[in-house]
Design a protein. Sequence first.
Lengths: 400, 346
Amino acid sequence: MTEDRTNPSEPRRGAPLKRARPRVGLDARPAGPTRQAHALDDDANPDGERQVRPWEVEAATPVAAEDQPKRRRRTVAELLADVPEDAVIVTRRLTKKYGEFTAVDSLNLTIRRGEVFGLLGPNGAGKTTTVLMLLGLTEPTKGVVRVVGLDPTREPLAVKRQVGYLPDNVGFYAGLSGRENLRYTAKLNGIPRREAEARIDELLAEVRLEDAADKKAGEYSRGMRQRLGIADALVKSPTVLILDEPTIAIDPAGVEELLGMLRRLVDERDLTVLLSSHILGQVQSLCDRVGFYANGKMVASGPLDELAGGTAEVELEVGVEGAPSAIDPVAGAIPGVSSVRPHERNDRFRIVTASSDVAAPLATALAAAGLPIVHLRRRGTDLLELYRRYVPEGIDGRAH
Amino acid sequence: MAAPTDTPRPAGGAAARAASRRSERAPSGGWRTIAGKEMADHLGSIRFIVLLVVVAIAAVVPMYFISSDISSVAPQAAGQPAIFLALFVAGSNAVGGVTTIAFAALFVPLVGIAFGFDGINSERSQGTLSRLLAQPIHRDDVVNGKFAAGIAVIALMIGVLIAFVTALGILRLGIIPSPEELARVFVWFLATVLYASFWLAFALLISTAIRSTASAALVGFGTWLALILFGGFLLPALAGALFPVDTTGTPDAILSANAAQHLFLRLSPATLYQDVVTAVMNPNTHNLLGLGNLGQYVSAQEQVPNLLSIDQSILLVWPQIVALVALTTLLFALAYVMFLRQEVRA
């Protein structure tokens, strides 16, 4: 399978690597048309969705492990063969291992210019590790990363010049004021003083910190720090914004304010945004697309409504007064219903699966059978349900 | 650049690439920005003021008493060579015979540790490290900038104090030091900054290795204290055990065992610094390592006591200076490599 490696007679045609470092599975060399064809074969989706979204390697529905063909080593060119012109963040088979532990497992991600992408997953799913690899702050074990067309491992400075980053649990120098903290960032980015001052004033106003700008950052509240962090990420006028858990540990009102602020800033500046979170509802309003992340794997990605409607079937949660087993014959008799099964967590409820929304006939039928309905709800449209569907190992306590 | 022709790039990628190449060639000088910020932090910190006061007292008190002593014996001291340097190297009985240079040797490590023990780990605990490293700077700029800022602040502090003590000495004694004496004081200043840099590098190393600032401070100051309390007798005892002097042996054997012990003690930076200071501040120092054999002993006995010129004094301790630079570089390199290999996340 590893034709690139097992053919010693073929001379290396690629330009020499800038830094001689063993790059497992990667070989920078021009790809012939045959290799590209291979690459396309390899990633082909059985449902033919590729024509619609060639960059979307993971389909909107969960990809079962057996669907993924056995992986062979491929060249960088092959891996990047299907990347669209306007992709800003690209990862292919991105893998990070800490010893035996795989933090990020063969991640394929494509984010196009102007998109807001939400990386959703429980704590420890590998979100922060992914973000650090995008910034070149951690070296990938395997795979390819391209941010604004550059490899962050080789050209970290060029990438970091264009990417604004709000780290998980952002901190500031407690002895300096908010303004001085931003000034330091501007200086590190080599922004001329006068330009920096104007930009800092503008940003402080936008994140509504102009009154607290000259207070010491050590006196800031958590929400203020987070807002200062957003201003800090924008000081360098980035084209890409990476936000790691921007809403963590902020009260609901603060979250709403923060998200509104982000929405405005993103729209004004035409930014490409990657934001990671484990709190779904809070980022729902912001994201064009989301990806569900669990144990270092992207289990599903796509626009939220597509994910929600990803399965053709509709699931209804039903509960009646009395024993739930009474539901089974009534629901089973309704046309279109394919199965009736017990609820996973609540043994008083039944789950009715049907090819279309059968809520109305079901309610009528149950009433006719003399079973008062205490609970009737359609599943799947709710984000939490999605989360439960895609992230089976359970959710963090802070998700509501 | 790994095969820039092969991968399909998004629009603007080529321009970004060219821009990055330009800036890669002319680095942003991130370490200078970091050093500037760190220096401002140090100079405004309470720790700087406290250390300045403590070290100033330590330097001025012995100087004050010894200058009184010298003044009182002025008639006898009139013809004495290098009388000005006696201000630094002689100790008054009023303060237990402690000299200014001994006080400096005692407190300089403290200063070095104080400006470095929280260099890296405080960035980590404050949550500023990942933000800092997400800026377009090289990762080593952080360590370099912090080291440079530390040295600059220490040099400033020691320089000011030495200038102050020298001025005080001139006023109290009423003698003008010769250029050679001033040059010796200047070399002493450089050696002291070098010694402080050694401890600064050590402090940066522990601040990289130990995540908690409190633990790092304890380890740093503990090492300093241990060196003061036990270094004075533990190292010689160890040297004695490793190279025992056989008193029944030939004089040559005794002398060579002695020399080996002396050499062993030079593993300690404190001894190295002491050697340098002794040679530089005492022009009549001819030998630091002891005598290796009987021949050297005899020739030393026959030597007419004379004063070395400053270049001869420096030549005498050149190996010690080189060793001190090497130890500092080694510690700094360790801290540097460790920091570069560390994961960014806590």
